[in-house]
Design a protein around this ligand. Sequence first.
Ligand SMILES: Cc1cc2nc3c(=O)[nH]c(=O)nc-3n(C[C@H](O)[C@H](O)[C@H](O)COP(=O)(O)OP(=O)(O)OC[C@H]3O[C@@H](n4cnc5c(N)ncnc54)[C@H](O)[C@@H]3O)c2cc1C
Length: 411
Amino acid sequence: MGEEVTRCDVLVIGAGPGGGAAAIHAARRGLSTIVIEDHPEIGTPVHCGECISELAVANLELDLPQDVISLKVHGIRVLFPDGTAKKLTEPGFVLEKHLFEQWLASEAEEAGATVHLSHKLQAMERMEEEGRFVGWRCIGKGEQFPIEAKVVIDASGVAGVCSRLLKLNPRPEVIAGMQYEMHDVPTDGYLDFYIWPKYAKKGYLWMIPKCDGRANVGLVTEDKKGAVRDLDQFIEDTEFKELKMTNPPWREDGKSVRGFGGTIPISGPHEVTHADGLMLIGDAAGFTSPLFEGGSHLALKSAVYAAETAEAAIAAGDVSADRLAAYPVLWKAEFPPYHKILRGKTALYNLTDEDLSVMGRCFPEEMNEMGVSGKAKVIFRLMVRRPSLYFKRVVPAMLAFGYSRAKHYGW
Ligand SMILES: Cc1cc2nc3c(=O)[nH]c(=O)nc-3n(C[C@H](O)[C@H](O)[C@H](O)COP(=O)(O)OP(=O)(O)OC[C@H]3O[C@@H](n4cnc5c(N)ncnc54)[C@H](O)[C@@H]3O)c2cc1C
């Protein structure tokens, strides 16, 4: 008896936000679509602060069901080291992220896609006919393998499995993210982002409010080994110390209380985001926002571009890299200039606590719509109060805040 082979037009690797969205859009375009997910359940363990802007939801035409929304929020409040607080008001949502990802997968199934859990991609072989590339034969752990697909969409997150298997890109630099679920947390509906280098080296801390007084309290930091220690110290030194900490609802009862998190790529979009029959999306492509490191909006949007490109290539009977070159053209035209913003972020993290606080005090109460004259006023105030900051590249640092806005895929 011959080996049983599963065949499809599009194989999506990973059922995070990128993979779920890619499957929805590929299936809605009439492509036979399979999603494989390494974990036995979609969305857990959660490795996300769980916030997404209203603009992202509108941009993607997502009709979010009530149960995936934990809380509607007004925007971000940035707290500087001396306690100065300035707002970036633009509405959004804190999600129950695992339910959001499960909902995306169910929408994909409704559109005709098939989802296979506990399936891990481990190897890929090129398929050719008369010297012409026609697809990938994918091998891994899980009963549906081998799976033959005309196009593979790699949505495997920071694991970047296809880059690794095919040696397409070097491993990205990463930053560590970690948080606890806390209770009875006071909130006025803003996400609190603390730029407090003492606890978060080249990163920041957050309090992301959820429903029923719950909140994610966490940090991202370049000091990967010290992440838990520094977060614990932050909690010990602040009002959070008095609050109750539990495991999140998706973790089994009876387990000792632990934080949850993961890593985030921070070296920017990969050099190679497509190849013969392959497109990388979301974190697997290095698409995260440079200042506050959100990635869901970019993952969801790149998924739409990859599905569109796959449809056109499959219809033309040509899934070669040349044909899929339309994909990087699409994302490059839309996504913000990562390396420019990164320069601002680097300048920001070169400032001392005192410099950061001076900068914070020069910002208006509402940073969202500063406009050209607003920015000029801030620069003038900075130059009057601390002229030496000019040489520390405080202007690009300041502009980095503008790029953390939703319209620049900041959250
Ligand atoms: C602590 C923390 C907080 C964050 N907070 C936010 C936030 O508030 N807002 C925001 O927008 N972003 C946030 N992010 C970033 C956000 O989580 C990611 O950018 C987003 O999840 C990327 O989506 P994705 O679909 O590309 O990848 P992922 O969500 O990582 O999904 C990848 C999936 O692929 C699966 N997979 C991996 N390898 C294989 C394989 N070989 N075979 C099969 N399946 C595989 C994984 O199990 C996973 O389910 C945060 C990240 C961290 C770590």
